[in-house]
Write a protein that binds this ligand. Structure first.
Ligand SMILES: NC(=O)c1ccc[n+]([C@@H]2O[C@H](COP(=O)([O-])OP(=O)(O)OC[C@H]3O[C@@H](n4cnc5c(N)ncnc54)[C@H](OP(=O)(O)O)[C@@H]3O)[C@@H](O)[C@H]2O)c1
Length: 315
């Protein structure tokens, strides 16, 4: 367990007691970045999966009561999309049951719960860019997950909502960063190892840098927890899409990585049907970020700009 000291930024508000922030999944892509970005808001108690196993509901309740945070930030999740098809119980425990437990405890503590969800709550229709029906998903579109991971993440959202606790749920997509398991790092490795790669070109979405997610999360929270917040805290609860701007396919993402890497591997575009996986993936993973901008004035940078920054740092 690690803690960060109280922020000098907040110290100027004499009457303000900085929040104690419980952060789960502190070694994940988003969790790692949140350690830093949340540290300017309050005291961060950062717990990895060893210190807090979300599959153990009793342990989760006990830890929350011990720490008594006023803000709970939960980027931890069972994120192995294909493996979830053969481990549905564990995926359900972590992605569906645990968020409900966090929400119940948040409600008892009067804490605000921040949770992350996914474009995989949608079925992926509307991917044909030239079709009149095609558009990015909005927060209130009907959910219809097509794999176990998506179903468990949707169940987690609903478990949180059912408690009536104060909550923010950020739905994001195609998360990558300079560490962890992600498409950027896998592509960099494969482009070095192989002369030719077949990459799915009919799934479209927005690659999202985990650092931008963590920065945006802190910006939203700073608007909600500061004493001179213009928000009545209840006003802004709910689900928000949060991805980098723009869109591409996995093949387009790979080409952008290659342009930065300078590798000579041939990148062949293929349809999803030629790359069978245990879990089906939605074709249209695009999320409309207008609500985040309209509510909090925050829009994440274009995915290409984010990739260039992440790439420059990761070398
Ligand atoms: N990655 C994506 O492409 C993507 C896309 C859309 C939405 N999201 C959502 O965004 C959020 C952050 O994702 P991410 O990319 O940062 O995920 P990640 O890098 O896979 O990190 C997930 C974290 O959850 C932890 N975890 C797994 N099982 C746990 C358990 N039983 N108890 C406690 N912690 C556990 C992992 O710990 P260990 O490392 O110790 O196992 C890891 O630190 C998640 O809610 C995810 O569903 C991700």
């Amino acid at each position: 367990m690690t803690t960060a000291p109280r922020s000098p930024l907040l110290a100027r508000h004499a009457s303000f007691s900085a929040p104690r922030i419980l952060l789960t999944g502190a070694n994940g892509q988003v969790g790692w970045e949140l350690r830093r970005t949340l540290s300017c808001l309050g005291e961060v108690v950062a717990l990895d999966s060893k210190a807090l196993n979300l599959a153990d509901a009793a342990a989760v309740r006990q830890k929350l009561r011990e720490i008594a945070p006023s803000l709970i930030v939960n980027p931890a999740a069972y994120t192995a999309v294909d493996k979830a098809e053969s481990e549905p119980e564990l995926a359900h425990a972590v992605n569906a049951v645990a968020p409900g437990v966090l929400a119940e405890e948040a409600d008892k503590l009067g804490a605000l719960l921040v949770h992350y969800s996914t474009d995989y709550v949608f079925n992926g229709s509307g991917a044909e860019l030239d079709s009149g029906e095609a558009r990015p998903w909005r927060e209130d579109d009907a959910c219809d997950p097509i794999n176990v991971y998506g179903a468990t993440k949707l169940a987690g959202e609903r478990a949180i909502q059912a408690t009536g606790c104060r909550h923010l749920i950020f739905r994001t997509s195609w998360v990558y960063g300079a560490r962890g398991n992600n498409f950027l790092l896998t592509m960099r490795r494969l482009m070095r190892e192989r002369p030719e790669l077949k990459i799915v070109a009919d799934q479209i979405g927005a690659p999202t840098w985990c650092r931008d997610l963590a920065e945006a999360t802190a910006l939203v929270l700073s608007q909600m927890v500061l004493p001179d917040s213009r928000f009545d805290q209840t006003q802004a609860w709910g689900i928000y899409n949060m991805t980098n701007a723009g869109e591409t396919s996995w093949h387009g993402f790979a080409e952008a990585i290659q342009a930065l890497d300078g590798s000579n591997a041939r990148l062949l575009p293929i349809p999803s049907s030629e790359y069978p996986t245990p879990a089906r993936r939605p074709l249209n993973s695009r999320l409309n970020n207008d609500k985040l901008e309209q509510t909090f004035g925050i829009r994440l940078q274009d995915w290409r700009a984010a990739l260039a920054l992440c790439d420059a740092e990761g070398r």
